[in-house]
Ligand binder design. Sequence first.
Ligand SMILES: [Zn+2]
Length: 248
Amino acid sequence: MSPDLNELNRWFDSSDQWLVLTGAGCSTAAGLGDYRDKNGQWKRSQPIHGQPFRNNPVVRQRYWARSAIGWPPFSKAQPTKCHRALRTLQVSGRAPHLITQNVDQLHQKATHQEVIDLHGALANVVCLQCGELSKRDDMQHRLLAQNPWLTTLDANFAPDGDADLELQSVQALKVPSCLNCAGMLKPDLLVVGSSLMVYSSYRFCRHAKQSNKPIVIVNDGVTRADDIASAKISGDCGEVLEALVSSL
Ligand SMILES: [Zn+2]
């Protein structure tokens, strides 16, 4: 066993129960690209944020046009060994609670129970006017029905289901509205992030630090919480967690 894995095992045994916080690194092996490189820098254009989405119709058209291309492969992604290992840890009782920054619901697909989707889930769409939740799959049917030309396009896709697509004709997109009240529809998620750079997840680490709880990071690259972590295990999180599970 490598020194890193020995260290991880020692830390893991130092507490009866662990809270797990996951990010994009968990899902990269599922083919869902991750937004930040190993130095925590944005690899591509940043994901769409709430305010411009609400205020600018072209931003919404661009989002839904790209999302129409990105959603099918995104929705078909399958859990990785990282998701499976974390589910095994939950079943063992050692890591009962999990909070994820990911919006792909791959933990749920791996049968993980009571997952907290910190940033929401891309599989859901919410009406900003009446609050009604609907399925992203239904939105997809409506998008393609109203914009048949979308089916002829193809593109790479990013972890929020968005696609790298420069559309000349994005402003031609007809964006479906709420079937209940004709209000504006939005993917049911908050700001998408990774690498603990997003403050909303970093705050859990700060809280743990203030409570004198150990923080153990398993990640292949820098995270914002590196400075306050008790231990940092570098490596592929799927491989590392699989090794941890097999040593239990
Ligand atoms: Zn509505």
